[in-house]
Design a protein around this ligand. Structure first.
Ligand code: IVH
Length: 688
């Protein structure tokens, strides 16, 4: 728009800004819907949209029918992708208004109260997860799935029937006696774990990764060949209806309709994630509870949806241009964002492994500010081709450490350079050993100060010797100032030495020494784990300690003796023998023994437990147990906890939000218990 064309009441900068915002949003829509490869995070998109809405509200002459504020999905007039046939929805597929605070929710209620007709306004609300996937409409005629269509621009979507037919959890024929026409709407999505794995595979093949499970889902639905879609582990959650010929048997509310859908065999939100209440306060608490449990769920949710339950009241309240008045989305803080890589450096770990780290322009994400992310290894840098100056998409999902999932190549500044991998250790300058084809390269100098520090930190860590007070800062000083070069040095530290260190009062020095003292008699498994033997993680260390009983026997065991330990294979056995055979390591262990370190034998192996010999998988949210706690309980009763369901799994413990693992367990007819039943089984259930 040039200035002379401006409507008279609009200050030029508002008009220019609105035009720019529209352009950004239209392009973002195109990238999102047509290419399944967004340029903006949801959060950024919402921010721009809100700003444009505010501008249009302040300057009504700026509003246009084809503004992104007036349309859902594709901007009106944009071509629906020509690959798939068009489907016109009998009833428009609307979007949801977003809120992010309790006040917003109160406002929502007040706005509804203004619009309702009755004497009193006493609605009942449902609360459901807002699944981060792709909206879809399924049309069942006489109980058979005939059409599946994307939302498109809300009026017209794309026919993706052939692809949707490959999704196992979507029934092709309904059970019971469904109405002659049933249009059901929901979200197609993918579990977080499946996304991670598929993304890794994609990038290993040299293709661009997807920023999140939603983009992957969207891409999967747009495959030309349904066989490709069939390979993707997609699933669905139904959250509403389109047109339905119920006859004279119509349910009067969404909660009632949901039960019908469930009886027809359609997937709906699990009961543990579905709230029904008269009280908006209770509804809000349910929302916050979902936000807290977000990380434990197997699938990504980006918010919760509050809806008026009764259809009669919904009809009265009606809709605005984009969204119904009777529903609102409460958006959780974003966990995906875009930022810029400011620097890439290489750090050295306790094994000497060189790990590249990206320093990021600080990015607030889901309640923390992300400033660094690991790039894992040389291959990862090459795979992403990430460079200093690049704009990148970072996600922080669940317990996952923030990571770069995608480089936005379009935004790469001119004259960037591929990262040059160091030829010498960046800490000590020693040669780097990089085996051909191996992702990791190592600093070859065992005395490299950074390696020494890493080994000491690991030795003293909570899961190893558990020496409280021996944190990163202290380790740094005892190596740099006191010249400690291996774990035995820790046991020779004196009060005088420690008290001289920076920020170390005599009292804290005494505490540290007391902690060091009690660690002399930790269980053998912790000691072995603390040595940081390659391939000997916590559970292997435990198996070895239990089987062989004493440090002397472990030290002198040959490969044969180690192979007798269940859970130990060739790689571990050889690594352990090699470790103890290395003269420097033998000297450190001698020195530890001389310094009074005397690891104690493990308690006898549990063979009598109810779970003896059983493999257990935990999935979904657990209320009583933490993940580590669940593993401990399993172990205490003789079982073993693993993370994937297979024919070898004996028992699956499923909590709210369980998804693909639970399905698999059911398919393989594996026993499934909920958390309470599991705790009762092992005799550890305690009523609250
Ligand atoms: S209800 C007219 N319920 O979020 C209201 N939507 O931002 C229709 N979504 O288009 C939507 N989970 O694709 C509803 N439990 C849920 C949802 C949900 C995810 C998606 C849906 C919708 C978008 C709005």
């Amino acid at each position: 728009m040039t200035e002379s064309e401006l409507p008279p009441d609009v200050p030029p900068d508002a008009a220019t800004r609105a035009a720019a915002l529209r352009e950004i949003l239209v392009e973002a829509n195109r990238r999102y819907y047509e290419e399944a490869d967004p340029t903006l995070s949801d959060f950024e998109y919402d921010e721009f949209l809100r700003e444009l809405e505010a501008l249009e509200a302040a300057h009504p002459s700026l509003a246009a029918a084809d503004s992104p504020t007036q349309t859902v999905g594709w901007a009106a007039g944009r071509a629906v992708s020509s690959l798939f046939a068009k489907v016109t929805h009998r009833l428009p597929m609307l979007s949801l208004a977003n809120t992010t605070s309790a006040e917003d929710i109160d406002e929502w209620r007040a706005a509804m109260e203004e619009h309702h007709l009755g004497a009193t306004f006493e609605p009942r609300f449902t609360v459901e997860p807002k699944v981060d996937g792709v909206a879809i409409e399924l049309i069942y005629e006489d109980g058979r799935l005939t059409v599946a269509a994307t939302r498109g621009d809300g009026t017209t979507g794309e026919d993706v029937t052939a692809n949707v037919m490959t999704i196992r959890t979507i029934p092709r024929t309904l059970s019971g006696s469904p109405p002659s026409l049933l249009e059901v709407r929901g979200e197609i999505y993918m579990d977080k774990a499946d996304f991670e794995q598929l993304n890794r595979e994609l990038q290993e093949r040299g293709e661009d990764g997807k920023a999140n499970p939603r983009n992957f889902t969207s891409g999967s639905l747009k495959q030309k060949d349904p066989r490709r879609t069939a390979e993707r582990p997609l699933t669905m959650m139904c959250y509403g209806l389109g047109q339905v010929d119920w006859g004279d048997d119509a349910p009067d509310s969404w909660s009632a309709a949901r039960e019908r859908l469930r009886a027809f065999g359609l997937p709906v939100a699990p009961d543990a994630l579905f709230g029904l209440t008269d009280s908006l306060d209770v509804a809000q608490r349910t929302v916050l509870d979902m936000q807290e449990r977000r990380d434990e769920l197997e699938f990504e949710i980006d918010g919760a949806v509050l809806k008026v339950d009764h259809y009669a009241l919904r009809r009265q309240l009606g809709a605005r241009s984009r969204s119904p008045r009777w529903a609102v989305a409460y958006k959780f803080p974003p966990r995906e964002g875009r930022t810029v890589v400011e620097e890439i450096f290489v750090s050295v770990g306790r094994t000497g492994a060189l790990t590249p780290v990206a320093v990021l322009k600080p990015l607030p994400l889901g309640g923390v500010t992300v400033t660094h992310t690991t790039l894992h290894n040389r291959h990862e840098i090459e795979r992403l081709d990430v460079r200093v100056g690049d704009s990148v998409v970072v996600i922080r999902a669940g317990d996952v450490i923030p990571k770069i999932v995608k480089v936005l190549r379009d935004l790469r500044p001119a004259e960037t350079e591929s990262f040059a991998w160091p030829e010498a250790c960046p800490v000590c300058g020693a040669a780097v050993d990089a085996a051909e084809g191996e992702p990791l390269s190592y600093c070859t100098n065992l005395a490299c100060p950074q390696q020494v520090k890493g080994r000491l930190q690991h030795f003293g860590s909570r899961r190893a010797m558990d020496i409280e007070g021996l944190g990163d800062k202290l380790v740094e000083q005892i190596v740099d100032v006191l010249g400690v070069s291996d774990p035995s040095g820790v046991y020779r530290l004196t009060l005088e030495q420690l008290s001289e260190l920076d920020r170390m009062a005599e009292k804290s020095a005494q505490n540290v020494l007391a902690q060091i003292e009690v660690s002399r008699t930790r269980p053998l498994s912790r000691f072995l784990y603390g040595l940081g033997i390659r391939h000997a993680g916590e559970s292997v260390a435990r198996d070895i300690a239990k089987h062989l009983g004493t440090l002397e026997r472990v030290r002198s065991a040959d490969v044969e003796a180690l192979l007798d330990v269940s859970g130990v294979g060739d790689v571990v056995a050889e690594s352990v023998v090699k470790f103890f055979g290395e003269p420097r390591n033998a000297a450190v262990i001698d020195a530890l023994i001389a310094a009074g370190v005397a690891p104690v034998a493990e308690e006898a192996l549990v063979v009598e437990g109810v779970l003896a010999g059983k493999t257990v998988v935990f999935t979904g949210a657990l209320e009583r147990l933490t993940r580590d706690g669940a593993k401990d309980v399993t172990r205490r009763h003789g079982g073993k906890a693993t993370s994937t369901v297979s024919k070898k799994t004996d028992l699956v413990v499923a909590g709210p939000g369980a998804g693909s693992k639970l399905e698999k367990a059911q398919r393989l007819e594996i026993e499934v218990l909920d958390e309470e039943a599991f705790l009762r089984l092992v005799g550890e259930w305690e009523p609250e």
